[in-house]
Design a protein around this ligand. Structure first.
Ligand code: DHB
Ligand code: MG
Length: 224
């Protein structure tokens, strides 16, 4: 790994210790993932808080999330939208859905969160068909090969002026390798190109380092 890794981690831990007090609930959500053998794919605490601040900045009341896992980022969003808001989160894995539902009850956000179990593509298509109230913020954090399709659905489901955030867009640096044979890399590359080419979107992407190593996210504002 990289020499800087230890330093990145220490700095992240310093910021987290000072600025991002995770309560027992968030710590327990991470442990629930670990106990159940899920990969530690939840966002870092300082990134979870960053997402919740972004949601509060735009006064988001409706958030859609592709990919729930144990519900860690979902809870950050639920706290941001508050009791009068709603977070709809899409999860294909039965075990994740079960764990996440328990976590939403423990976190006292079950009245804010609607978890839809099943393939996110199908669930999101149904949301479009059912003409649900559009979302202020959409977080794409599920299987990366489907990112281009999730983006199309997100554009249909987002409010004018709303934002679409994509997690894990760096792929260990392979995102800039056009010849990569990794479906996740190609999914993210098509996702980036689709944002670039869509006149409705103004997008950028940021690399990050920290507790979880080297990664990054994209953010787009939708002008429709
Ligand atoms: C991966 C996916 C994630 O959502 C994440 O936060 C980290 C890694 C992955 O597919 O490798
Ligand atoms: Mg992620």
């Amino acid at each position: 790994m990289y020499k800087a890794d230890e330093k990145w981690k220490n700095v992240d831990q310093y910021f987290i210790d000072h600025l991002v007090k995770e309560d027992e609930i968030l710590l327990d959500v991470k442990n629930s993932a670990k106990r159940n053998g899920l990969p530690a794919h939840e966002v870092a605490p300082n990134q979870g808080k960053f997402l919740s601040i972004l949601a509060e900045m735009i006064n988001a009341k409706r958030v859609l999330e592709f990919g729930t896992m144990a519900g860690y980022s979902t809870i950050w969003f639920a706290r941001a939208v508050g009791d009068n808001g709603q977070v709809v989160t899409l999860e294909v894995n039965k075990k994740c859905a079960e764990i996440a539902r328990e976590n939403f009850i423990k976190a006292k956000v079950a009245h804010i969160v609607q978890l839809i179990e099943g393939p996110a593509l199908e669930s999101a298509r149904k949301l479009v068909e059912n003409k649900v109230e559009p979302f202020d913020l959409i977080f794409i954090d599920a299987d990366k090969p489907n990112n281009p399709k999730y983006l199309e659905l997100a554009i249909e489901l987002v409010k004018p002026g709303g934002i679409i955030i994509g997690d894990n867009v760096v792929r260990d640096g392979e995102v800039c390798n056009p010849d990569s044979e990794d479906d996740s890399v190609q999914g993210v590359r098509k996702f980036i190109s689709a944002m670039a080419e869509n006149p409705l979107l103004s997008a950028t992407a940021i690399q990050t380092v920290g507790l979880k190593g080297w990664d990054g996210f994209s953010i787009a504002i939708v002008k429709k």
